[in-house]
Design a binder for this molecule. Structure first.
Ligand code: DP6
Length: 326
């Protein structure tokens, strides 16, 4: 049996949360974004993916948290890889996620980053991080950024070769904590893929979004350079709300917020009024992420615990890039 094994690899990749969001593609096949984005890789949630290419397999076998699943997105991704590697063998993919899947906690970012790194190594390609970032992009846009740790920028580019992420250098004194408030662990009803497509095609504000997101990106880079947490937090919060205004202005309109999302937004504003500096961001799901700094994290947690269960609050710090286990 082992004689049929062509190669195997196992990789751990951490999720990332965008501080300046990617929301819309200019090329859906290649997953080229309309605008650049900046994210923070987290240290708490990750995906671990093992890939084994085996010449005796008749089709890909995909296991998710130890259960066999059919997953077109993964098979499409593996077809892209086989094409690039000029190798038509199938593989076994086993993924274990510590992230609640598809709940706006960026499970696809860590999932496709781990898959891109493990599958390319297992098929015999020896890719640089930049090449892995481009490959991960073909699975899911946000995965482009999970190749690297800390703060990361995705350069939008214009084609398959020049759209990739790179780490942003920053002063390690810029201490960043991100508390995830898990309001709902269920799979979201509207995927980010569909949600952003609908925003691009139907929101009359979409062109303004691109212009503003580029401005937010420029200002965010300046804030990072100046080690200016206040500006970084404010841009994070306004950029998130600008993204969500695209869902409200789409036709038909939709929202990822639920009542608890709105309550948590108000809570963050109250905390700020009480002198505890913190800012929120929200992705394609109801869960809220709160940016703060070491000096306030425990005090903020204490206040949050008056409203949420301990098990629904997770403190994250900047996390690492992809890690090859073998
Ligand atoms: C709101 O990367 O999940 O998290 O490229 O279609 O797979 P696809 O979308 P995905 O979208 C992420 C959207 C976001 C913002 C962000 O991560 O930048």
């Amino acid at each position: 049996m082992d004689n049929n094994i062509i190669g195997k690899s196992k990789v751990r990749a951490f999720t990332n949360i965008a501080l300046v969001k990617y929301w819309g593609k200019k090329n859906e096949g290649l997953i080229l974004p309309q605008n650049g984005s900046i994210s923070l890789t987290l240290d708490h949630f990750y995906s671990e993916t093992e890939v084994i290419f085996d010449s005796s397999l008749k089709k890909d076998e995909i296991y998710f948290n130890n259960e066999r699943v059919e997953d077109n997105k993964i098979v499409n991704f593996l077809n892209i890889l086989r094409n690039k590697a000029d190798n038509d063998n199938f593989c076994i993919v086993k993924t274990v996620n510590t992230v609640p899947t598809s709940a706006g906690l960026a499970s696809s970012s860590s999932g496709f980053a781990a898959l891109a790194a493990a599958s390319s190594k297992a098929i015999g390609m020896n890719l640089s991080n930049m090449e892995i970032s481009k490959l991960a992009r073909r699975g899911s846009g946000s995965a482009t950024r999970s190749i690297y740790g800390g703060l990361v920028e995705w350069i939008p580019g214009t084609n398959d070769k020049n759209s990739y992420a790179q780490p942003l250098s920053y002063d390690k004194k810029l201490d960043l904590n991100l508390i995830t408030v898990i309001l709902n662990r269920n799979e979201k009803k509207i995927s980010s893929r569909y949600g952003m497509k609908s925003s691009v095609e139907t929101s009359p504000y979409y062109d303004v979004w691109i212009k503003q997101a580029n401005e937010d990106l420029k200002n965010m880079k300046m804030a990072i350079k100046k080690n200016d947490f206040t500006s970084l937090g404010r841009i994070t919060e306004t950029n998130a709300m600008r993204m969500h205004s695209l869902t409200l202005s789409a036709d038909p309109s939709f929202t990822y917020f639920n009542e608890d999302t709105l309550k948590t937004i108000n809570l963050v504003k109250d905390l700020r009024e009480q002198g505890l500096e913190c800012y929120f961001t929200i992705d394609a799901g109801p869960n809220v992420k709160i940016l703060c700094q070491d000096k306030n994290t425990n005090k903020i947690m204490k206040k949050l615990l008056l409203h949420f269960k301990h098990s629904d609050l997770v403190i994250n710090h900047p996390g690492p890039g992809i890690q090859f286990i073998y």
